[in-house]
Ligand binder design. Sequence first.
Ligand code: GLY
Ligand code: MN
Ligand code: MN
Length: 429
Amino acid sequence: MTTLYQEHIAVLTNRYEDAMVHFGLDAIVLASGEKSYYFQDDHTHPFQAYSGAQQWLPFTIGAETYILLQTGKKPTLVWPVRDDFWHAPNPIPSGDWQQDWDVSLARKTDKWFTALPKNVAWLGPQPMTFAVPCEGLKAYVDFAKAVKTPFEIQAMRQANLRGATGHMAAKEAFLAGMSELEIHLAFLEASQQTAAQEPYPGIVGLNEHAAVLHYEHKAIEKMANSRTLLIDAGANEHGYASDITRTFVRHDDDFSALVNDLDTMEQKLCRSAVAGVSFRDLHKDTLAGIATLLHDHKICTLGVEEQLAKRIPQVFFPHGLGHLLGLQVHDVGGHQVDQAGTLSLPNDDAPFLRLTKTLEKDMVITIEPGLYFIPMLLDKMQANIKDHGCDMTRIQQFMPYGGIRIEDNVVVKNDLPENLTREAFTNIS
Ligand code: GLY
Ligand code: MN
Ligand code: MN
């Protein structure tokens, strides 16, 4: 029986053989990359393999790992042998995956590439002198990455289970009055990872910190009165990410009513992520949805159309609705509309939109609307938008809560999408 992994390798083989024909290449080498050192120091930055190489293997690969692709041959994995006594040994993982591979071992000094054919292209950091330049190859293979194989979707299903487990532990820690650091540690323990293994640095913000979109600190001190927890944190399954945000509250009040309504709106948006829909249009719908919330919750007296004309929703929701998800949290090709690399860039209404494509079946995307009370943007609004219609007294009451973001990972289908995140929360409860 063909496994999901074998099916995945067959898809990748087709994609790369097609690229070799298109560019007249004899071979393509994919390189995971090399470790880099802190300036004037002897220890290295956390390492993450180039996603184009990682995509081929069902386990996380390290530095100096190479994949050699040639038409009509099994892919070759060039595995780094590490025989020093400073580090743990680096054995090749065993398993059925090896049936589809030729494996060769290489020490750092081995010239494994001398026997390569003539026209070899290189993808990855630090290009090698033997490779021929191949303008357009990266865009060509990146374009296909937006649509995920069943193996990749299964990996993100698992990554969502781990992430959701972490989020539930974080919620408990928040309700018990823990600090941001303690909440983050609870998340890491429950999701079984170190901070360096997270797909992106987890964001753990209490109260006003929830208004900082990429809040990077984890305060050690407990907060006397923690009202809100915004946690944006995920997990990995052999490199594939989950990217989940939840906003938890302690009290039943006007802010929790806003959280509930944003949650309802987010679920509706997730259900709208159907093949053929333009993500730009979904983002526009979100701006209108935010305007409706602002009006219904008496934050802004203006009607939806007038708010949109004055760009009021962008004051409270300044980022994009979502992005492609995969081996990279903001996966490649979100603005790319064809294999040649033509870009469709965001416009002034949504300058930070990372995905401008029309959705296709089996794309995996995030849906992550937010509503924040960000002092800098509110000041600018008051200075620059005439007759903004916002009730600044009411906004002052919301500011100590920071803001809200709710983020799910969704597989686009021809009809009802699969919400990997909601499924994961259901499965662990
Ligand atoms: N965690 C980063 C993002 O949601 O895009
Ligand atoms: Mn995201
Ligand atoms: Mn996120």
